[in-house]
Ligand binder design. Structure first.
Ligand code: CP
Ligand code: NVA
Length: 300
């Protein structure tokens, strides 16, 4: 089994993953120490959290990670994605890949004989959404009935994966972004099968009754040439203390990080008592441990 999209795990599988995550908070548990599997981390884009948390996850489980900067591999000289996947999967037991294009990751996974995990593409960030929903579960003791307002770039990879995982687990999602800036229709339709997913451009309406305000950068990796336009269109959607008045009292603030302080979020909001971001970042490690363990136990 691969984990390429937030759609890939069912609700019952996610519950099982959350159970494993809780168990794996105990670092003395090293369920892979007999088998000592190897994980390749093939990254076409930079990373701080996902790379280091996956490497630490593999080491803590009792396995071994190998990081490959794609620019130093033969991919950079034109070797095909399919040939790379075929070869790598004869050397290692599991692969986490961060690729520019989602379709490239799908192609990679279809030629790999070992499980492939999406460590972020231009279209999805499913490990992030799993650990974020796990953080919400820890914080609120439930997911069902929680309302998450995603503010800013509502068409981002993070937003796409979040709406799928959140709705699967029973949370409502309000996508709050500029008028005329369309989030992914197919994902909204899919998520709407489970819970209420709404799209709104007015902060006061979109944030009404929300338990969580979530944001991500206005300029994702690969969108640097659009920086000026993006800063302009999202400028009214900065997460700040002023915005909290529209949400429920005690609303929690989340951000996948890295944050651009003063742009999509203020330092005051990020460092406030409402902020869950550090807990959110820390939980990537345990949830990724659970994902690795779960996939290694499944037939490919
Ligand atoms: N949240 C996240 O994926 O961060 P990195 O880009 O640092 O991995
Ligand atoms: N949307 C961001 C997420 C970073 C973790 C990006 O793709 O750059």
């Amino acid at each position: 089994m691969n984990f390429i999209s937030a759609n890939d795990f069912s609700k019952s599988q996610i519950k099982e993953l959350f159970g494993l995550s809780k168990m794996l908070k105990d670092k003395s548990k090293r369920p892979l120490s007999d088998r000592k599997p190897i994980m390749a981390l093939l990254f076409e884009k930079v990373s701080t959290r996902t790379r280091i948390s996956f490497e630490s996850a593999m080491l803590q489980l009792g396995g071994h990670p190998i990081y490959i900067d794609a620019r130093t591999s033969q991919l950079s000289r034109g070797e095909s994605i399919s040939d790379t996947a075929r070869v790598l999967s004869t050397y290692v037991d599991i692969i986490a890949a961060r690729m520019n294009r989602h379709s490239d990751l799908e192609e990679f996974a279809s030629h790999s004989d070992v499980p492939v995990i999406n460590a972020l593409t231009d279209f999805e960030h499913p490990c992030q959404s799993l650990s974020d929903i796990y953080t919400i579960l820890e914080e609120f003791g439930k997911i069902s009935g929680i309302k998450i307002a995603f503010v800013g770039d509502i068409a981002s990879n993070t937003a796409n994966s979040l709406m799928i995982t959140a709705s699967k687990m029973g949370a409502d999602v309000s996508l709050v972004g500029p008028k005329g800036y369309a989030p992914n229709e197919a994902y909204i339709k899919k998520a709407n099968e489970n819970t209420d997913i709404s799209v709104c451009s007015i902060l006061k309406d979109g944030l009404k009754d929300c338990d969580v305000i979530y944001t991500d950068t206005f300029i994702s990796m690969g969108q640097e040439t659009e920086s000026k336009r993006r800063r302009r269109i999202f400028s009214g959607y900065q997460v700040n203390q002023e915005m909290l008045k529209y949400a429920k009292k005690g609303v929690r603030i989340m951000h996948c990080l890295p944050a651009h302080r003063g742009e999509e979020i203020t330092s005051e909001a990020l460092d406030s008592k409402n902020s869950l971001v550090w807990k959110q970042a820390a939980n990537k490690l345990v949830v990724e441990k659970a994902i690795i363990l779960y996939l290694l136990r499944q037939p490919k």
